[in-house]
Unconditional design. Sequence first.
Length: 346
Amino acid sequence: MRKEFAYADARTTGIVLSETESDIVEAAALRIAAQYAEYSLHSTDLLHTVELAAAALPSEVRRALISFRDEGNPSGTLVLRGLPLGALPPTPDRAEDEPHWTAVSVATLSQLMVMSVLGRSISYSDEKNGDLVQDVSPKRGAEERQENSGSILLELHTEDGFHPAAPHFLSLICLRGDRDGLAATVTGGIGDVLPELDEETVAALRRPEFRTKFSTSFVHDTHEEVLTPPVPVLCGARANPDLRVDFHGTVGTTPGARAALAALEDAVLGSLRGIVLEPGELIILDNRRTVHGRTGFTPRYDGADRWLRRSFALADLRPVLDDLGEGRSHNAITTRQPSPKLATAA
């Protein structure tokens, strides 16, 4: 496993809310929290109210979000700074200690306001109990996992890239930063690396010769390795393709596919951008255009460890309406294809 990532510091980029603008967003969040304190975060009424309240975001922020939604950018990322967080409980280090949304209402609702400009909030019932906004913090005993509960280096991946309805956008808001300044969120956009790939590699990445392993949270910690059917890594417009890959869990099923995957990984590793998130900062990823990961860090489990909260959005809910359970939670995947033994490299 890789020991570290080399990346260009992305801290100089982003849009900053003034203190007054942050106060306006916080006031809007508190009004919603008071009105809907007894509601599930999946409530349609609550989420529609959040969408209306997104007007409290500064016009510069909404314009940047709309541009990112419609046109994207080469890196596939956008950073906002100065979002309100409200009062915070200790960082949870066990899943059962993760707070109800009302205990972190300002951060939760501010994040959902931002995401509502990009699309429609969604979650997955297989993952983190289907929570619409999810805690990302180191968990005791999970240090070595290639998941957000771990603290070792998290390899570059498309979020839930194995899922037929993978999110179009995801965001991570920082409630507490890594006090040692080591845990950097790193991203690699296909727009940055496509010019570095030759035609043969691109053609290979567009062939359905790749399979991606399901996250253990979606197979409920069984020992069976479950992979997707063969799919391409790149698809869509020639000059502006979509990317779906997990460099820890995607395998090529032919020698050409394996060579192309290695070339893509090398190109992405050479163009990484990274940021050690600080409280009030929110990074948005276009999950169709970028992969992301995280450098390793050492948790202390003292209530002050790094703590992010994550949310997902789809551009349109209509294609998945039949698959939605309560509110915006996508039902469990019931049809999975077991993985055959793959041929070794020739």
